[in-house]
Design a protein around this ligand. Sequence first.
Ligand SMILES: [Zn+2]
Ligand SMILES: [Zn+2]
Length: 163
Amino acid sequence: MPNPYADCKILGPYVHNGKKGRLYVKCTQPDGKRHSINYSRYILELAIGRKLSTVEHVHHINKDIHDNRLENLEVLDETTHHKLHVRRLKPHDFTCPMCGGKFTLDGQELNSLLTKRKLFPKQPGPFCDRSCASRAVKRGVTIQSIVDPEYYSTIDSGQGEKE
Ligand SMILES: [Zn+2]
Ligand SMILES: [Zn+2]
């Protein structure tokens, strides 16, 4: 099997500070250029004997991004990969417009709220509880905007980062 990094000097793997502590290796090319490669991507490239293209992602089959055993890695095209990773919303804090009380919707609740809102854009809320909701309807209080719901990043594309 040809080693696609035969002419590079590889150092690592190192733990990435951000990115949930995933591993990467540093690659120094013969011309002195350096870049980092996601470790899972590097492992797979060595195994298949070629570098992956930018639209080829490395997916962790058991969804554990720290499990870089070869049998846990597969190459997927970008589109297929994104479909496999359903985006999960982060919990979101609200202030009830009726009583001023603080409350939090978890990701699932927020997701169903956003889905409902697409169907019924004029539906008021969210409110902290049913009694605030029914008082709001009587008084004609309208919707609270939900600014930039945040998603957990679940994509383990294994793309290398430029240094
Ligand atoms: Zn994946
Ligand atoms: Zn309330």
